[in-house]
Design a protein around this ligand. Structure first.
Ligand SMILES: Cc1cc2nc3c(=O)[nH]c(=O)nc-3n(C[C@H](O)[C@H](O)[C@H](O)COP(=O)(O)OP(=O)(O)OC[C@H]3O[C@@H](n4cnc5c(N)ncnc54)[C@H](O)[C@@H]3O)c2cc1C
Length: 411
């Protein structure tokens, strides 16, 4: 039996400690006053703990290094986490988009179940304990440093998370440990994060949600193939755009933006209608409200607050009478509704990001064990690695899967 230290009591650290404690004495060190602080805020306090679609779909929803996760997904799947939580008192349910939540709708019940699981295997949980460095001798992990003194160990699993929502404890310590150990770390960027627009008109629409729109995100230098396209809900904010489709798009925008590129976002406000069908629809509304000005004639077609924006973008006056709109002007209106353009200049910061893109270079890690190739006995799990996925429960599944694989791999 070995002594194994797990650094970080978040999702991946709890999974790692539980798996490892089957065979070894495990000490779980968490710098916060409680375990799983970030889990409390996941899924708007309900914790979307995994996704019920096949693991191949998890791979498809993994944005960075999906193939690296092959063994981890096989070691501990969505079925495994659902079963484990059920055993330790947290039954789950599946909702729209195959998103899995605790039946109680309380994220705290997920942490409670993991805590029960850890106790059942006598994991030594030490809260308020911050690891300040690793002790490595001749390429072998020997222990960790804490303000209270060193703690010796035969192996260590770093599960310190990324940089998003630092108030939950994710302050990037694991990257520093890895760098000090001579491991490469890929640059970190905020992902699943709202986007900043150059245009200021979204600011005045702050709080307005557009439902059932479709969008395309493009690099103007390669306009043929969108970086990302999606259908769903978009929210205007005081700095630009947010909402589900934007958060997902950000996963593909954050890298080019960090390299100084400017991107274009095209919103189709009427994706269910072809241009011809939309023209017929506009004609119908103009006929219905023929004596009214455009600002009052287009209210069936779009939210009132959008009308001045669309008119401006289409180069039309909102005071123009419905029955005075010429064919060519109608076409401009049609085009704008289907191609509303925004310029994306950046992302919001880590404190508004669901996830960190970048992290410990997966080339440094054996994907079948999560062990560092350079330092014997040093393992990594969760967001600290250069892996990230879209929303839908996929990121927590990465944490459970990589944590479990790391924990189990220690012989
Ligand atoms: C607002 C928000 C909502 C989210 N919602 C979802 C969702 O619904 N579904 C989903 O799949 N994903 C969601 N995520 C992402 C998900 O929370 C993360 O992917 C996941 O928590 C990563 O787990 P982790 O264990 O790697 O890191 P973390 O959960 O960040 O845990 C790391 C832990 O390590 C501790 N730690 C760090 N440094 C040290 C140190 N030096 N010594 C001791 N302890 C240390 C920290 O205090 C922390 O407890 C959400 C994220 C956010 C921010």
């Amino acid at each position: 039996m070995k002594t194994v230290i797990v650094v970080g009591g978040g999702a991946s650290g709890m999974a790692a400690a539980f798996a490892c404690a089957e065979k070894h004495k495990v000490i779980l060190l968490e710098k916060n006053e409680k375990l799983g602080k970030k889990i409390y805020i996941t899924g708007k306090g309900r914790c979307n703990l995994t996704n019920d679609q096949e693991m191949s779909v998890h791979m498809k929803n993994t944005v960075t290094n999906p193939r690296f996760l092959y063994s981890a997904y096989a070691a501990f799947s969505k079925e495994d986490v659902k079963a484990l939580l059920n055993v330790y008192g947290c039954p789950v349910k599946t909702e729209r988009g195959s998103r899995v939540f605790p039946v109680t709708d309380h994220a705290s019940d997920v942490t409670k179940a993991w805590t029960e699981a850890l106790k059942s295997r006598q994991v030594d949980i030490r809260l308020n304990t911050k690891v300040t460095g690793l002790i490595i001798e001749q390429g072998e992990l020997k222990g960790v440093q804490t303000p209270g003194g060193p703690i010796a160990a035969d192996a260590c699993i770093i599960a310190t998370g990324g940089l998003s929502y630092a108030s939950t404890g994710s302050t990037g310590d694991g990257y520093r440990f890895a760098e000090a150990a001579g491991l490469a770390v890929k640059p970190c960027r905020a992902s699943l994060v709202p986007l900043i627009t150059q245009e200021t008109w979204p600011f005045s629409l702050s709080g307005l949600t557009l439902k059932n729109i479709s969008m395309k995100l493009k690099d103007p230098e390669k306009p043929k193939k969108p970086l990302y396209e999606d259908f769903g809900e978009l929210l205007f904010t005081h700095f630009g755009v947010s909402g589900p489709v934007i958060l997902s798009a950000s996963a593909y925008a954050t890298r080019p933006l960090s390299e100084g590129k400017i991107l274009k976002l095209y919103i189709d406000m009427k994706p269910a209608l072809s241009e011809k069908e939309l023209d017929e629809r506009i004609l119908k509304d103009l006929e219905k409200y023929h004596n009214k000005s455009l600002k009052n004639a287009l209210t069936d077609l779009m939210p009132q607050a959008m009308i001045p924006v669309i008119m401006n973008e289409a180069g039309l006056s909102e005071d123009k009478k419905a029955n005075e709109l010429r064919k060519e002007e109608r076409q401009r209106l049609n085009y704008t509704l289907k191609n509303l353009e925004l310029t994306i200049t950046g992302t919001r910061g880590f404190n508004e990001a669901v996830i960190t893109q970048g992290g410990i270079d997966v080339k440094e890690i054996d994907p079948s064990t999560m062990q560092s190739k350079k330092v014997k006995g040093l393992y990594f799990a969760g967001e600290v690695l250069d892996v990230d996925a879209l929303t839908g429960g996929f990121n927590l599944q990465i944490a459970w899967s990589t944590g479990t694989l790391a924990g189990r791999s220690i012989e």
